[in-house]
Design a binder for this molecule. Structure first.
Ligand SMILES: Nc1nc2c(ncn2[C@@H]2O[C@H](COP(=O)(O)OP(=O)(O)OP(=O)(O)O)[C@@H](O)[C@H]2O)c(=O)[nH]1
Ligand SMILES: [Mg+2]
Length: 498
């Protein structure tokens, strides 16, 4: 508008030009009219200049204090997204992270009970099979490394009378899950997936299927709120257990403590090991595995360590956001927002609204899943699912300006499998007969994902990848720092191009 007005005053009217004609001063303009018109034009010019000035001021403000950095965590269920978010919290607000120990203690108690439940159900099914009353335990939700065994041993592994007695003694643990779930879920809320402890009965498997589902939660803030009350009730104290009300009559810690010896006995029983082995159930590879630490985590005054919190497993249903401010070197401070979403197939439609205006995606692939299938669909290999998802994300035109960082996660479990002699090439056929060592196999996976990235990206981008163990806070810290620096660098580089 200002340029338009300026031109109007300065340019010699060319009567043949329709635009000039339209804006030309009226013919026979009186001296008063001329004065008024010039005054109005001067006023309009002043307003226009003020607007221009304000736009310039806002533009330079924006340059000085950039918008918040938005990062989305993506990957299939159990890939380690929530664990990555926990690591961000641990680095940026360790105090707040540790203030949530009471809530994570409850999740760890649920994790212990779930592991015990899976063993008890395996015993029940084996017993049913032996007595000719039941069906195979194959079914959804039971974590297996491969398809269920058809080995006749699996169906006829003897269940000793001691095991049956142990099973009876551990039945009261059902209450722990009930109590904790009631506490975490407000009455009438449908936020949890149905996850109640399946009664250890002789019901045929099919009638119990679905009760194997994992505990999942929709809103982090809400369930932690339930345990926040424990904090409010706690006696004032400076020690590390101050936020846990051990005196709470509803706290299942006492019952778990009373069952501890039986749980240890169950887990160490050679018949149980054999039953789990023939059914190809590997509890050690599952999230929330604490059976090797039972005396510690069921101690009466147990307070979870940072490590325990990183290992606790709670499936995500909704979206949680972690905000923090980061000052990097002599750079300006930035407001960061890291979003964690649920990775189960049925939840992936909820990702899209977060694609807009994203600075970076951290995409997690649990590489130890090369010989595992999805809990949601046992016909799909986990690495295959991650590959398809990766193609889908890197080829998305909405994300073409987003930096994508690949975390090849669960390296510790991956290494342990190779060390135990599991053949990578047996599951990833294209790998063939190449060496089964960690370096060769992990660099093969990295290259595969790198090739797909180059092939499917709509625009050229740098491929960033890291081999990670998200349950190892120490090694993760440096990686997350590097990622944060990279994201800021890229963001500044992009904004200087605008
Ligand atoms: N051993 C090992 N366990 C890991 C690693 N990363 C994550 N985990 C564990 O794996 C389980 C699943 O991790 P989560 O972070 O809950 O997975 P998620 O991607 O958030 O899964 P959804 O919420 O279902 O989408 C948790 O118990 C973690 O402690 C890792 O690198 N090594
Ligand atoms: Mg999660």
């Amino acid at each position: 508008m200002s340029r338009f007005l300026r031109r109007r005053s300065l340019v010699d009217p060319d009567r043949d030009d329709p635009l000039t004609r339209a804006i030309a001063p009226p013919e026979n303009e009186t001296a008063q009219q001329l004065h008024d018109r010039l005054a109005a034009e001067a006023e309009a010019q002043k307003r226009s200049d003020a607007i221009d000035e304000e736009i310039n001021r806002q533009r330079s403000e924006l340059k000085k204090a950039p918008k918040s950095v938005r990062v989305l965590l993506l990957g299939q269920s159990e890939s380690g997204k929530s664990t990555t978010l926990k690591n961000f919290q641990l680095i940026n607000s360790p105090k707040a992270f540790r203030n949530e120990r009471a809530s994570w203690r409850a999740v760890i108690q649920l994790n212990v009970v779930r592991s015990v439940r899976l063993i008890l159900d395996t015993i029940t099914d084996a017993h049913s099979n032996a007595t000719g009353m039941g069906s195979s335990i194959a079914g959804p939700g039971v974590p297996r490394s491969r398809a269920p065994s058809t080995d006749s041993h699996a169906l006829h592994t003897p269940v000793t009378p001691e095991l049956l007695k142990l099973r009876m003694r551990l039945l009261p643990l059902q209450q722990v899950e009930e109590v904790l779930l009631r506490k975490m879920t407000p009455p009438g809320s449908a936020e949890f997936e149905a996850t109640h402890l399946s009664p250890v009965t002789n019901l045929p498997y099919k009638r119990r299927a679905g009760k194997f589902r994992e505990i999942a939660i929709n809103s982090t803030a809400q369930w932690k709120g339930a345990f926040g009350r424990l904090v409010a009730n706690a006696r004032a104290s400076m020690d590390s257990s101050a936020d846990i009300d051990f005196e709470d009559p509803q706290d299942p810690g006492v019952l778990l403590h009373a069952c501890a010896e039986d749980i240890v006995q169950l887990w160490n029983d050679p018949a149980v090991k054999r039953l789990l082995e023939v059914n190809k159930i590997r509890l050690e590879d599952m999230g929330g595995f604490f059976l090797d630490s039972i005396p510690r985590v069921t101690a009466l005054r147990y307070v979870p360590t940072d490590d325990d919190i990183l290992r606790a497993r709670l499936k995500t249903l909704g979206v949680s956001e972690h905000r923090f401010t980061l000052k990097a070197g002599n750079m300006l401070s930035h407001d960061w927002r890291v979003y964690d979403v649920g990775g189960a197939r049925s939840l992936r439609a909820a990702w899209a609204p977060y694609f807009d205006d994203l600075d970076a995606i951290i995409f997690l692939v649990p590489i130890s899943g090369f010989n595992e299938v999805l809990l949601e669909d046992p016909s799909v290999n986990k690495l295959e699912d991650s590959t398809l998802l990766w193609k889908h994300i890197v080829s998305n035109p909405l994300l073409q300006k987003t930096q994508i960082v690949l975390f090849l996660n669960k390296v510790d479990l991956f290494r342990a499998k190779l060390d135990a002699g599991v053949k990578f090439g047996h599951y990833v056929v294209s790998y063939g007969e190449r060496p089964n060592d960690y370096e060769s196999t992990s660099s093969y996976i990295r290259k595969k994902f790198g090739h797909l990235f180059k092939q499917y990206s709509p625009a050229q981008r740098i491929f960033y990848s890291h081999l990670t163990s998200m349950t190892d806070a120490h090694s993760t810290q440096q990686i997350l720092m590097n990622v944060k620096d990279m994201v800021i660098r890229e963001m500044l580089a992009q904004s200087s191009l605008v």
